[in-house]
Design a protein around this ligand. Structure first.
Ligand SMILES: [Zn+2]
Length: 145
């Protein structure tokens, strides 16, 4: 491969032009204009169906449910948990664990979906990086009181 600035000489451009003749993907399009029109028409037909629109609305609502929104926010603000060490044993962390004491006044309970019943906080600072073992132990110790 050439290094540094790659000069697109008239000869190079002419060669590329010949090589790409008739290739609609050379302009960055993955589809021909006819294909794009067909995809657009199919999408319009889909969205014209009230049942389809209703399903899309439900899907969007589920994506932004509290528990998942909270964890998206943690990842955005604090980063990937695997780049941290567990605050208890110093081994690589695997999960963002809710610190129940710090989150005491702003803990919510997820009411629906696959995380139903789990507590969460919308404040990323309420979470600590823990390994799976220490996270389980921490939550179990709290339940025992
Ligand atoms: Zn640990």
């Amino acid at each position: 491969m050439p290094r540094g600035v790659f000069e697109r000489t008239p000869e190079y451009r002419a060669k590329q032009s010949r090589a790409q003749a008739g290739n609609h993907r050379a302009l960055g399009y993955r589809h021909t204009p006819e294909e794009r029109a067909a995809i657009s028409a199919a999408s319009d037909a889909q969205w014209a169906d009230p049942a389809y629109r209703a399903r899309q609305k439900v899907a969007r609502r589920r994506e932004t449910s509290g528990y998942e929104a909270a964890h998206d926010r943690i990842r955005r603000d604090l980063g990937r948990v695997r780049e941290f060490a567990c605050i208890t044993c110093d081994k690589p962390a695997a999960q963002w664990a809710l610190n129940h004491d710090r989150a005491a006044n702003r803990t919510h309970i997820q009411l629906e979906g696959k995380y139903a019943g789990l507590p969460f906080s919308l404040e990323p600072a309420d979470y600590d990086p823990r390994c799976v073992r220490c996270h389980k132990r921490y939550d179990l110790d709290r339940k025992k009181g």
